[in-house]
Ligand binder design. Structure first.
Ligand code: ACM
Ligand code: ZN
Length: 527
């Protein structure tokens, strides 16, 4: 017995360390670790249906990853142990679910759709020890996995600061690692219009460029840097991003802001504002009173023309039209807006905003698309087909779900990753404000208690938002994104009852090693 005890202790430790090796983020719905391991080396054979282009691409993603990151080159034929990617109908795991079975002599990922295979492949990548040297050994395991929510989103604001196509692709790769499936691309702002619209060339001659940018925090003074700043994506580049994202099972939802946050567009087309201008592309941060005139027909011609080109580029079901933070001052003074209010029998400017959004809702619906907007679109009445993105807390989301409208939960309290990650702000890079630690993101429950189980079905999912007023570099984008994105991913994917922050923290420590290997920046939550 005396000799047995150390052996028992050793076995317990071996068991624990085995369990710790499973560091998949987001945590799978069902997992059972078995004994033994699969040795991943140059003798392994990649096995897939090469007539299926999507399956081939996914298998190739995997072999390219192994070659680039671990210098392991899988064979495409031979008698070695097989790594198989298989499509199999009737798995009953939805279109994103998958089975991943690792045994000593084989690895098999099975899914009913390629998207499921892609997610199985992402999990398999995370089973490989990040710091492996010569032998890549994967623990034997059975995983049966599918997401909790259909909308697992992240928004990047490229209006305040512009990031090149090469970085947008890296960003999409990061989203894909954590099974995020919706990239909300915030393309227009007061400080810059970032998408080429062929019918309105001044948007990319004038609206993308600001003469100068606020130095430091908006509240700390009036200093401007005196340096011109701009950039935009051509339509070809946007299509390239849509394709790149689709290959990673990410839908790009473009946002074209209206009626507020439109100073940049008005600078080029001042006739679209209530006063006729002049307007300027602003270099300060905040909410501005220069907004599209809701009284003039030419505003609608412009917005519909823009949306036509946007819909041609982006195949997404949803088109985001903003709708947030639209001061009504100009409308109150504008003859055309007041005439519209009278002609349409509207009570006030809030109803005028609702009327504008409803008109866009009808337009998008007539083209087979769906409108989504920030929760201000509830004010003055929600457009019939609209989906609400709840950001000013969860009240808007609750109200919309109770009206049987779809909702994406994205409250500032838990999902605004432009906020500080530490209370000790002096040791953090400048941020817009707030305090949103990792644990708080992780603790978020997207389905409010106020909803019945029927109403809860309208909660499509969750989304983190990365506004970039104070984020000028790609390095800082990554620092603000990670690891709060991983926390959101687990909120969005993992069954609620499996969430455990300490366990998540342990898995993150392994994830950090992988990020370091890939040269991706992050904020280590242990510091
Ligand atoms: C927002 O943060 N203005 C949607
Ligand atoms: Zn007006």
């Amino acid at each position: 017995m005396k000799q047995l005890i150390p052996i028992l202790i050793l076995l317990i430790f071996a068991g624990t360390s085995m369990a710790q090796q499973i560091s998949i983020i987001p945590k799978p719905a069902e997992m059972s670790v078995k004994s033994g391991s699969f040795l991943l080396d140059n003798n392994c054979v990649l096995n897939y249906d090469n007539e299926n282009t999507e399956v081939s691409r996914i298998a190739t993603f995997f072999s390219d990853y192994l070659a680039e990151v671990y210098d392991v080159k899988l064979a495409t034929e031979g008698s070695g142990n097989k790594i198989s990617f298989k499509i199999m109908s009737r798995l009953n795991l939805g279109k994103e679910g998958y089975l991943l079975k690792v045994d000593k002599n084989s690895v098999v990922i099975t899914a009913s759709e390629p998207s499921g295979l892609f997610y199985g492949m992402q999990s398999l990548k995370q089973l490989i020890p990040a710091e492996a040297s010569n032998a890549l050994s994967i623990p034997c395991i059975d995983i049966k996995d599918q997401p909790r929510f259909a909308w697992r989103g992240n928004m990047l604001d490229v209006g305040r600061h512009f990031f090149p196509v090469s970085f947008i692709k890296q960003y999409l790769d990061i989203l894909a690692m954590y099974k995020i499936n919706t990239f909300h691309w915030h393309l227009t702002e007061d400080q810059g219009w970032r998408i080429e619209i062929k019918k309105y060339p001044l948007l990319t001659e004038i609206s993308h460029w600001r003469d100068e940018t606020r130095v430091g925090h908006q509240r700390d003074g009036n200093e401007m840097d005196g340096i011109g700043y701009g950039g935009f994506y051509t339509q070809d580049q946007c299509r390239e991003i849509v394709r790149y994202a689709a290959e990673r099972y990410i839908t790009v939802v473009p946002e074209i802001e209206m009626p507020g946050h439109s100073s940049a567009a008005l600078a080029a087309y001042p006739n679209l504002g209530c006063t006729g201008g002049p307007y300027k592309v602003v270099g300060e941060w905040g909410v501005f009173k220069d907004v599209y005139c809701a009284g003039k027909e030419e505003t609608f011609t412009f917005l519909q023309d823009v949306l036509d080109e946007v819909m041609d580029i982006f195949p997404s079901e949803f088109i985001h039209v903003g709708g947030d933070e639209c001061p009504k001052d100009a409308w109150e003074e504008c003859e055309a807006c007041q005439k519209r209010i009278a002609d349409e029998g509207l009570k006030n400017e809030h109803e005028l905003q609702s009327w504008l959004i409803t008109r866009m809702d009808q337009y998008l619906t007539s083209k087979g698309r769906r409108l989504i907007g920030w929760d201000e679109i509830l004010e003055g009445g929600l457009a019939p087909q609209a989906t609400v993105m709840s950001w000013r807390g969860i009240k808007g989301g609750i109200e919309a779900a109770k009206q049987h409208h779809d909702v994406v939960m994205s409250p500032t309290t838990h999902m605004y990753i432009d906020y500080y990650q530490s209370e000790d702000k002096k040791n953090e890079p400048l941020a817009i404000g707030g305090f949103l630690p990792l644990e708080k993101v992780y603790s978020y429950e997207p389905v409010p208690e106020e909803l019945t189980s029927d109403e809860a079905k309208y909660i499509l999912g969750v989304q983190t938002n990365l506004w970039t007023e104070y984020i000028a570099t790609t390095k800082k984008v990554e620092y603000m994104l990670l690891p709060r994105l991983q926390a959101e991913a687990e909120v969005a994917w993992t069954p609620k009852e499996l969430k455990d922050f300490d366990d998540f923290g342990n898995r993150l420590n392994e994830d950090y090693k992988r990020l370091e290997k890939l040269g991706i920046h992050f904020r280590n939550h242990n510091k």
